[in-house]
Ligand binder design. Structure first.
Ligand code: FE
Length: 196
């Protein structure tokens, strides 16, 4: 098991509990690793991009996605379960005068089952503390300079609720196929620190 120095004692304790469970026949050796691998292997920003591209091209899907994202994901064969207990996902849509951005102020909650591991800056103290106080300033540092007339909503993720931003479809993309549209969507766009 890998980890930094701070997490080493925790890792040792976890390994100890694993060994006890295995010794008592309650856990097959390697079962936890296999579950975690399945959990991480399922997630990728490309999956989020697929969801966005489908929403851009299918208004019915977009409507269902905003009402019940977990159910809509299943239409694409995706899920927030990742082999473990399913987490609740809420999709928030950017509009002409509104922008959404996601943070976890407490730690680093993120839709890992869908998007894979979060970027380093998402977990940083600087982002977590500052984006709540000054979202417009933080977004400007990311290169996203929103007009003063655009309202910004910051969503604080938690163990129970994860968020995904539905960016606005860029102008001039009418002729693009769904897969090409998906190629325009970035991880930052799905978190809200980029326009797309
Ligand atoms: Fe968290």
């Amino acid at each position: 098991m890998s980890g930094d120095h701070a997490s080493a004692p925790v890792a040792a304790r976890v390994r100890h509990v694993e060994a006890l469970l295995e010794a008592r026949g309650l856990l097959d050796p390697g079962e936890i690793d296999a579950r975690i691998e399945a959990f991480l292997a399922g997630g990728s920003p490309a999956q989020g991009a697929r969801v966005v591209a489908r929403a851009w091209t299918d208004p019915g899907f977009a409507a269902r996605l905003l009402v019940d994202a977990n159910a809509a994901l299943r239409e694409l064969g995706l899920s927030m379960a990742g082999g473990l207990q399913e987490q609740r996902l809420k999709v928030v849509a950017n509009g002409p005068d509104e922008h959404h951005v996601v943070v976890c102020t407490l730690c680093s909650c993120y839709p890992i089952a869908l998007l894979g591991p979060s970027p380093g800056w998402y977990k940083s103290e600087a982002y977590r503390s500052r984006v709540v106080r000054d979202p417009r300033g933080v977004l400007r540092e990311f290169g996203l300079d929103l007009p003063a007339t655009t309202s910004i909503t910051v969503w604080d993720a938690s163990a129970e609720s994860r968020y995904l931003v539905l960016p606005r479809r860029p102008d001039g993309t009418d002729g693009l196929a769904e897969a090409e549209l998906a190629g325009l969507v970035t991880r930052k766009g799905l978190i809200g620190t980029a326009a797309v």
